[in-house]
Write a protein that binds this ligand. Structure first.
Ligand code: NAD
Ligand code: UD1
Length: 335
C-alpha cells in the first residue's frame, strides 16, 4: 500500500513516515520545506533503513500533485501540510486561509480525479474552542478563536460535504491534543529557529540556555496549581495513531472524527518539574500575565479512538520530557 504524506518532512509528518515505513507501507512525501528541512528525508531513511520518493513542491500547485498521482499509484493520503502558528494566523489571516484551504482543495480535487478517496486529516483540539466540560468528547460543540483554528474547522466541513456528495470517500479527521517529544534516535523532532510559541520547545531552549527564563502564563487558573492544564501526547504515540487510522480508512468508507490525546492533563509547573527531574537540568521560570485566548484546561476523552481505531497512547510524560531534550541536545551538538 502506498501512502502520500503531505507535510511529511514536518514534525508530526516525519514521525508518521517512520511508523508507516516500519509497518511495511510505501511512502511518498510532498513538502515545500516552508517549515522543515531537506535533511529530514535522509534522517527518516537512516532510522528506517528504507527508501521512498520525496517531491519538493507546493500543494497549492495542481500540476505537481497531478504529476505525483500519475507517477505513483497512491492508495491513501495523510494530509499534514499547513501553517500552524496561532499568533501569526491572527496577524496574517489571509496567509493562513490561502495556504491551508487552497492546498486542501487542490489535493482533494486531484485525489478525486485519480479516484483515490481515502484521507486522514490533521485537525486539532483547537476546534473545541473553550470547552464547557472536561474531558472533551468528539461530539462537543465546535468553535474557534483564531484564523488557524478556523481553517481546521472549515476543512472539517469541506470533508463532511465531500462525503455527503459521494460516499465512496473514506475520511478520518484526527484531532490532536498537544504533541511533544521526539523519536528515540534523536534524529527527528521539533526545534523551531524562532522564539517558540509553544511550551515544550520553550522549556527546552531555557534548559539549553538559548533562552533565559520561561514565562509561565498565569497561575490563577481554575486548575490544580493555578497554571494551565493540557493533554501532552508523545509524537511517536500520535504517529502510531495515524497507522491505525490508515488501516481503518483502507478497509471501510465513511467519515469520522477522533481525539488523539492521552486523556491525562498536566499543568505547566508539572511539566517543568518533570522535565527538570528526568533530565537533571534547571529550568528558570517566572509567573507572568495570562496569554490572551488561553483556556484553563484541555484534555481528551479518548475512548472513541480506543474503541474504533484500537489505539491508545503508551508513553508517559517522563518519556516526552526526556525525548524532547535529547533531540535538541543532539541537534545542537551537530551544529
Ligand atoms: P510542521 O510545520 O512541522 O509540518 C507541516 C509541514 O507542512 C512542514 O514541513 C511545511 O513545510 C509543510 N507545508 C506547509 N504548507 C505547505 C504547502 N502549501 N505545500 C507543501 N508543504 C507545506 O507542523 P506539525 O506540527 O508537524 O503539524 C502537522 C499538522 O498537524 C498541521 O496541519 C498542524 O496544523 C496540525 N496540528 C499540529 C499540532 C502541533 O501542536 N504540532 C497540533 C494540532 C494540529
Ligand atoms: C496552542 C495553540 C493551539 C494549538 C496547540 C497545539 C494558542 C493560543 N493555542 O495550544 O491552537 O492547537 O498549541 O499546537 O497558541 N505556556 C506558558 N509559557 C509559554 C508557552 C505556553 O506558560 O511560553 C502555557 C500556556 O499558557 C498553556 C500551556 O503552556 O497553558 C500550553 O501552551 P502551548 O504549548 O502554547 O499549547 P496550547 O496553548 O494548548
Amino acid at each position: 500500500m502506498k501512502i502520500l504524506v503531505t507535510g511529511g518532512t514536518g514534525y508530526i509528518g516525519s514521525h508518521t513516515c517512520v511508523e508507516l515505513l516500519d509497518a511495511g507501507y510505501e511512502v511518498v512525501i510532498i513538502d515545500n520545506l516552508s517549515n522543515s528541512k531537506i535533511d529530514v528525508v535522509d534522517k527518516i531513511k537512516k532510522i528506517t533503513n528504507k527508501d521512498f520518493k520525496f517531491y519538493k513542491g507546493d500543494l497549492c500547485d495542481y500540476n505537481i500533485l497531478d504529476k505525483i498521482f500519475s507517477e505513483n499509484k497512491i492508495d491513501a493520503v495523510i494530509h499534514f501540510a499547513g501553517f500552524k502558528a496561532v499568533g501569526e494566523s491572527v496577524s496574517m489571516p489571509l496567509k493562513y486561509y490561502r495556504n491551508n484551504l487552497d492546498s486542501t482543495l487542490t489535493l482533494l480535487e486531484v485525489m478525486n480525479k485519480y479516484n483515490c478517496k481515502k484521507i486522514a486529516f490533521s485537525s486539532s483540539a483547537t476546534v473545541y474552542g473553550k470547552p464547557e466540560s472536561l474531558p472533551i468528547k468528539e461530539d462537543f460543540p465546535l468553535s474557534t478563536t483564531n484564523p488557524y483554528g478556523t481553517t481546521k474547522l472549515i476543512i472539517e466541513g469541506i470533508l463532511r460535504d465531500l462525503y455527503k456528495s459521494d460516499n465512496e470517500w473514506s475520511i478520518a479527521i484526527l484531532r490532536y491534543f498537544n504533541p511533544i517529544g521526539a523519536h528515540k534516535s534523536g534524529l527527528i523532532g521539533e526545534n523551531p529557529n524562532d522564539i517558540p510559541n509553544n511550551l515544550m520547545p520553550y522549556i527546552v531552549k531555557v534548559a539549553t540556555k538559548e533562552l533565559d527564563c520561561l514565562n509561565v502564563f498565569g497561575d490563577d487558573y481554575d486548575t490544580k496549581d493555578g497554571t494551565g492544564v493540557r493533554d501532552y501526547i508523545h509524537v511517536v504515540d500520535l504517529a502510531k495513531g495515524h497507522i491505525k487510522a490508515i488501516e481503518k480508512i483502507l478497509n471501510e468508507t465513511g467519515i469520522d472524527a477522533y481525539n488523539l490525546g492521552t486523556g491525562n492533563g498536566y499543568s505547566v509547573l508539572e511539566l517543568v518539574n518533570t522535565f527538570k527531574k528526568v533530565n537533571g537540568v534547571d529550568v528558570k521560570y517566572k509567573i507572568v500575565d495570562r496569554r490572551p485566548g488561553d483556556i484553563d484546561a484541555c484534555y481528551a476523552d479518548n475512548s472513541y479512538a480506543k474503541e474504533k481505531l484500537n489505539w491508545e497512547a503508551k508513553l508517559g510524560i517522563e518519556d516526552m520530557c526526556k525525548d524532547s531534550y535529547n533531540f535538541v541536545k543532539n541537534s545542537n551538538e551537530k551544529k
